[in-house]
Design a protein around this ligand. Structure first.
Ligand code: KG4
Ligand code: ZN
Length: 382
């Protein structure tokens, strides 16, 4: 699957990386005549530090996928600076919309609906995408569909796995969330486990900073861990007695910090690769054990993963093996569809569109939007 994905990347004068993501296999097959029943959605995502616009047909065919990544701008500060993120989104968003249409060789006349992430995320960042989507919906008189960011991450799995249908279990692990979700049907979710403190991606970012790898932590730990010994240091794996599917990563993070402080007090060097590999093993063990247990106990035979941490090499390898050994079908998006993008928002929006969900022009950004609980006050039928 991944081998079909081609990413054209250019770095702009301001340090922002402009990417056009293409699935070459998809483009070969995409010479079909457009049917009157086809639904073509222009989707926008701006909840954190990626300004992303994609055009998705029928929820699973990505006609264009543009990602303008600010990651290099935030690296110098060791994390995302919300105000810088908002300002860059406002500069880039129109250009991304234009690029998405050009890449798909479409005009606004070919678009059936406008979709946008309206939460959770950074409020100032979300507002840019929401305002853009509302302006397009109003000016073009096309329906507007507000999408939950995590629902988008889950739906990224539909893009490359045309046969995947609910029900299945999905492990969502990103910078802000660690959720175990039963996807009962399109748009219907039961959260069976979640983090009590830090999200998995947050733990990767904090540990990376502590061992001097910098931001963004996840990919840097992933890379460093390949040179290290995962059994070098025994870090704790927190289990929560009364909620077997919940996660807790702050104890693990503190254990790594204590380990580093201990070495520094003795004047000893920290072996970055060993710490990275041992920390990563603890996270991967917990995520994989919980996910496998949930699939078995709930009686499903499909496991999907989603969110930035789902691009982690060790997690993917571990789950690939565990699922194969247990007769479970394993689904994971290509890494570029695990991290923030708008194709996943277009995929999620299609199933909402089919159900008749429409957002009103009073749609607002909701920084703490809970999964599965649509903010009905913003969803007047259009
Ligand atoms: O889903 P995402 O792009 O944004 C959020 O919605 O949060 O996830 C970003 C998070 C960051 O914490 C980043 O360090 C982590 O995903 N991440 C990874 C990897 N790539 C990104 N964590 C572990 N291994 C990776 N390869
Ligand atoms: Zn995300």
């Amino acid at each position: 699957m991944e081998e079909n994905i081609r990413i054209n990347k250019t770095t702009e004068d301001d340090g922002v990386i402009f990417m056009s993501v293409k699935d070459e296999k998809e483009n070969d097959n995409n010479t079909d005549v457009v049917k009157s029943t086809d639904v073509t959605i222009l989707a926008i995502e701006s909840s954190c530090d990626e300004t992303a616009v994609a055009i998705v047909r029928n929820g699973r065919t990505v006609l264009s996928n543009i990602i303008s990544s600010q990651i290099a701008l935030h690296t110098v500060y060791g994390g995302v600076v919300p105000e810088i993120a908002s300002r860059k989104h406002i500069e880039k968003i129109d250009y991304c919309v234009k690029a998405a249409l050009e890449e798909a060789a479409l005009t606004f006349a070919d678009i059936d609906a406008i979709a946008v992430t309206y939460g959770p995320g950074l409020v100032g960042a979300l507002l840019v995408g929401v305002s853009e989507a509302k302006a397009l919906s109003f000016a073009l008189d096309k329906p507007l569909i507000g999408v939950h960011h995590i629902e988008g991450h889950i739906c990224a799995n539909y893009i490359e796995n045309k046969d995947l249908e609910p029900p299945f279990v999905c492990l969502v692990a990103s910078g802000g969330h660690s959720h175990l979700v039963v996807v009962k049907d399109y748009g219907e979710y039961d959260i069976i486990g979640q983090t009590r403190d830090d999200a998995a991606g947050e733990a990767f970012d904090k540990v990376a900073r502590a061992i001097g790898l910098g931001y963004p932590g996840g990919p840097k730990i992933d890379k460093a861990a390949r040179e290290g010994n995962p059994d070098a240091i025994e870090f704790p794996k927190t289990k929560i007695e009364d909620a077997e599917y919940d996660f807790s990563f702050s104890g693990l993070k503190s254990a790594v910090l204590n380990y580093i402080n201990g070495l520094e007090m003795k004047g000893e060097q920290v072996n970055q690769a060993d710490v990275a590999a041992s920390f990563q093993k603890s996270v991967v063990d917990v995520l994989a054990e919980h996910a496998l247990k949930a699939v078995k106990e709930y009686g499903y035979d499909k496991l999907a993963i989603a969110g930035g941490v789902a691009s982690n090499t060790a997690l993917r390898e571990r789950l690939e093996k565990d699922c194969a050994n247990n007769g479970i079908s394993f689904y994971r998006p290509s890494p570029v569809l695990c991290t923030d993008n708008a194709a996943m928002i277009g995929a999620a929006a299609f199933y909402e569109y089919k159900k008749g969900v429409r957002s009103g022009l009073d749609l607002n950004a909701v920084p703490n939007l809970p999964l599965g609980e649509r903010e009905r006050r913003f969803h007047a039928n259009k």
